[in-house]
Design a protein around this ligand. Structure first.
Ligand code: WTA
Length: 633
């Protein structure tokens, strides 16, 4: 495989080259892919609009790169290993040849159901092979996929279907997740009652075989539509800048944004970063535990690994079912070489001690990865010592839905490591730290707002249906820079440490959540007048959700009320957004201009009430005492 960096010195050389001559750097990487037609120009960009085009006028199909080109070199190599929720259930394996066939059949079924290039298809599915197959089938025919994490509520699903005017939903009947048995199709039925007029077809994958309601004419079985199809489906010729997918993510306002990624740059960057960060070698077995409902699953379960010709594990279950050694059992079973998970999972498993880890043979492991939130030193050390037996480098990968691929990370085993530090930027990633005025902070041993000042190939291109929102959210804050929303520190050696979000976005168990989104949901409760949501440090989740709520009338049973509020949030967004702590208050601390002073709420929520700072500018300073004395711990 070309373009694998093999030493830290080589990394430095490549990085230098990627900055001094980005176009020739990325053109060389892109040469290693298969294109129907090469680009006229490598890059054209203007962050003020924003308008970014990589590999201008080039033509390709990403599935040709993920599937067809491997048919010559590795047709019988395993592409996907599917490990089901139940350890006793059979493992499924797809070679590249089998996966190619499955994707072509599914693609023909989509076509037969009227899906064409540019149409949007929504997925609401558990982690089963048909999800990866369906996503690739869309890419095959140029349809745009929008995968919605199957833990979201019917309301959240409906909002996303409507925003992108999806023509089809692909779902399963039921979903097995740990000990839970979840009626997935039922949620889809509920969502479609909420004015989702654009939906013509619901394609249902029979996963558990449980009985479901059926709407004649609209609902169709996956196996009936897909199985009879021909395995020959020529790939649609796509422009490098044609849309590949939409993925919704939370921001600081109430409405999730549909982040748009395009075909060419996304393919080049996810593959390049996959090979280098995980130091993937031929024959390795790689496992990322994320869900395909999030960007990590898109880029580092499906597209990056498959384009690199890797063997990628898909896991249906959860880390602790049926026991706390489940992850390590799977590592042993499939002889996993690279293991990529989230700090919240590491912390949750750490709580069970070393015993469940020590039971399994983990000697196949070579690289350990972390993603989604800052990893604290204690979790880092446990991961390194207990899971990695001190022999596996940890790559702490910082990136975002919007960046498409890993931006800051060590390259497994090559780069210096420091707990809680993501490290150095990948080649092509030109970072900077700025102050509140946007002035760049030079030198090392400094802290600031993390920005990127030059495009990389997998940068988001727009937010679906609202380009202005993309501009104001990411590109208008500081001139000619992409603003990440994160604060960071650059240490004396130039290594980056991510401090966390500086906007009103929470990171709960690695899931991004806008405080405004949770507040909007809470406010749907008929007795709620107003609410304010903040994050507080949580041992396992990283951040917990703390809600301050003003009610229309006095609440006699706070526990019962809290349950009702949690139920409303579960209905509006999903269980992942449920507040951990709910405090009923008679008012919220507000400035004279009516702005909630969240700084105070955050301090109270984290149990730090010793020094609340200046409260004299508050309209209602007396409320602070009440909030302090009623704080939930
Ligand atoms: C946070 C997930 C610290 C960060 C790929 C970012 C991290 C947000 C790390 C994006 C990390 C992600 N260290 N923080 N290694 N990785 N984050 O869009 O705040 O779900 O802005 O993408 O997660 O979350 P998203």
């Amino acid at each position: 495989m070309t373009h694998r960096i093999n030493s830290f010195d080589e990394y430095k050389e490549q990085y230098e080259k990627s900055v001094t001559n980005p176009e020739s750097f990325w053109a060389e990487v892109a040469e290693t892919f298969s294109w129907y037609k090469k680009w006229d120009q490598v890059l054209e960009w203007d962050f003020r609009k924003p308008a970014v085009k990589w590999f201008k006028n080039a033509k390709l199909n990403i599935t040709e790169n993920c599937l067809d080109r491997h048919l010559e070199t590795r047709p019988d190599q395993t592409a996907i290993i599917f490990e089901p929720n139940d350890p006793e259930a059979p493992v499924q394996k797809f070679t590249y040849r089998e996966l190619h066939l499955a994707v072509c059949r599914a693609a023909n079924a989509l076509k037969a159901n009227g899906i064409k290039k540019g149409d949007r298809v929504c997925f609401y599915m558990p982690m089963v092979p048909e999800l990866a197959i369906g996503v690739l089938a869309c890419a095959r025919i140029g349809a745009v996929h929008s995968v919605v994490f199957a833990g979201f509520s019917a309301q959240a699903l409906a909002d996303r279907i409507k925003d992108a005017s999806c023509k089809m939903v692909i779902c399963s009947d039921f979903n097995n997740r740990g000990a839970k048995h979840i009626p997935v199709k039922n949620v889809v039925d509920d969502a479609l009652k909420m004015d989702c007029d654009s939906i013509e077809t619901v394609l249902v994958h029979r996963n558990t075989g449980d009985g479901i309601e059926w709407t004649e004419g609209r609902d169709k079985w996956w196996h009936e539509e897909v199985d009879p199809q021909s395995g020959d489906c020529p790939a649609e010729v796509m422009d490098a800048e044609d849309m590949l997918f939409i993925l919704y993510t939370s921001g600081s306002t109430g409405k999730p944004k549909g982040v748009v990624h395009t075909c060419g740059g996304y393919m080049v960057y996810t593959t390049y970063s996959f090979k280098n960060v995980f130091q993937y070698r031929e024959g390795d077995v790689y496992w990322c535990t994320a869900d395909i409902g999030w960007i990590t699953g898109h880029s580092y379960i499906v597209y990056g690994p498959l384009a690199a010709g890797a063997t990628t594990v898909m896991f249906e279950g959860v880390p602790t079912y049926p026991h706390a050694g489940r992850f390590w059992e799977v590592v042993e079973k499939h002889k996993v070489n690279q293991f990529y998970t989230a700090p919240t999972a590491i912390r949750a498993l750490m709580a069970f001690g070393d015993e469940p880890v020590k039971k399994y043979d983990l000697t196949s492991l070579r690289i350990l990865g972390s993603v989604g939130e800052p990893i604290n030193e204690e979790a880092w050390n446990w991961y390194h010592e207990t899971v990695g037996n001190k022999g596996c480098p940890i790559v702490d990968t910082w990136w975002q839905t919007e960046t498409g691929g890993i931006m800051i990370s060590g390259l497994g085993g090559l780069s210096p490591m420091k707990p809680a530090h993501a490290g150095y930027p990948l080649p092509g990633v030109q970072l900077c730290l700025v102050d509140n005025e946007g002035v760049e902070i030079e030198g090392n041993d400094v802290e600031g707002l993390l920005c990127v000042k030059f495009p990389w190939p997998s940068i988001l291109r727009t937010t679906y249906g609202d380009h202005e929102r993309c501009r104001t959210t990411y590109f208008a804050m500081f001139e000619d820079k992409y603003f990440t929303g994160d604060g960071a520190r650059r240490d004396e050696n130039g290594m980056y440490r991510i401090i966390g979000r500086v906007d009103d976005v929470l990171n709960v168990s690695g899931h991004r959540m806008g405080t405004a989104e949770v507040e909007n949901a809470i406010n749907e409760h008929p007795k709620v007048v107003e609410s304010a949501v903040v994050g507080y440090p949580h041992d396992i989740k990283g951040q917990g959700i703390y809600a301050y709520v003003i009610t229309t009338e006095e609440v006699s049973d706070e526990d019962a009320f809290a349950k009702e509020v949690r139920d409303v949030v579960t209905r509006e967004i999903g269980p992942i957004a449920k507040p951990d702590r709910i405090q009923v208050v008679s008012g919220l601390p507000k400035t004279r201009s009516g702005k909630i002073m969240r700084r105070i709420l955050r301090k109270v929520a984290s149990g730090d009430t010793s020094n609340l700072g200046d409260t004299s500018t508050l309209l209602n300073p007396e409320i602070v005492e009440e909030i302090k004395s009623g704080a939930k711990q």
